[in-house]
Design a protein around this ligand. Sequence first.
Ligand SMILES: [Zn+2]
Ligand SMILES: [Zn+2]
Length: 420
Amino acid sequence: MFGLVKPRAVAGLAAALGLGIVALAILPQAAAQPGQRRGPAEMRPEGGGAAQQGQGMRGEGQRGESPRAEGQGGEGPRGEVPRWIDTHVHLVSGVTNTTGDWPGAVRAAIADMDKNNIGLAIVMPTPQPPGKSLYDIADFTDALRKHPGRFAFLGGGGTLNPMIHIEPDAEKVDDATRQKFANIANGIIDAGALGFGEMSANHLSVNDAHSYHRSRPDHPLFLLLAEIAAKRNVVIDFHMDTVIEPTPLPPKMKEMSQRNPPVLTPNLAQFEALLAHDRGARIVWAHAGVDHTGVLSVELIRRMMTTHPNLYMSIKALPQSPEPNATLAREGRLRPDWRKLVAEFPTRFVIGTDRFYGSSATGMKAGGGNANQRASAGSIFLERTVPMTAAAQTLLSQLPPQLAQRVAVDNVKAIYRLPN
Ligand SMILES: [Zn+2]
Ligand SMILES: [Zn+2]
């Protein structure tokens, strides 16, 4: 059965991580039942998967209720949202995130998924820097397996990512380190992960409990990870706040956190080198529509998508934003240039809210300000990321129906190789 762990492989990873590993079977029944919970009125005309290839634009205008770009202020009617997959979520087990209530965090996720018609969520550890390696898949997969069919996971944010960031500008890495890194990476996939995440090449801090770290995107260990991802036929979920040339820190990022550096180091060309290094590696660039540096325009994404066939993006919609590169404008209106972009690349976008889920006890502690424990970034994000789920639905509701189905479900199945 898919995802069932082979004991020998598990032992290998356990040894590499120094952690216990659980066997985990992923039964993505939600993915196998797209549209399961649609109401009677919103069943959409759909052909077979192959028949839909290349028809991303056809939904536009096919039906009277199809949303349209109406220029300034205009907002098309919003359609129903299919039962959808959230490809990017995190769990918070406690205030410090080192110990605590993983089952409670998973229960909180399930409750929210049920409320919001989310069939499947892909859980991953946050991208952690050296010295702050708090947790990885071994900590939470036991809790996930109590809900078969509702979760898949990525790993490496707490194990591989810190290794890369030990020497951010390394041009060479010794053989022993490469071997150790490869062993951990392969162990993660052997343990049932659909890929590696959350990996980060440039991670701006958005509050003082939130880490800043960067490494060159073509770091030898990122290149090695791309090779392993290609060989194992899995994805890399990749966080990179984009910098084209040396840039002073934008004032808004300075206000958010003391941790960010005064000048940001360029990374886009090196990211392109990573993408070109092994075209078999499917890289999902996280948080499309959230542009902390002000350069990730729709036009730039279009060029990147055109140039790099192995590049995908997960959209993190904010409820509404005045920022020109955000997906949703006033009143949650999907910007026409974003709708056009997604339609131009109908197989390349998925939804990834970046939601953080934790038990209510964790949330209370985080909000309550226990004097002895500073809240982790994750516990701060428990509250802050709640609106992202509704924003994702708002966005999906404004795509043509066939395109919404792809972004919500079909693309995830193809990109993450979810079993039917
Ligand atoms: Zn991220
Ligand atoms: Zn994330």
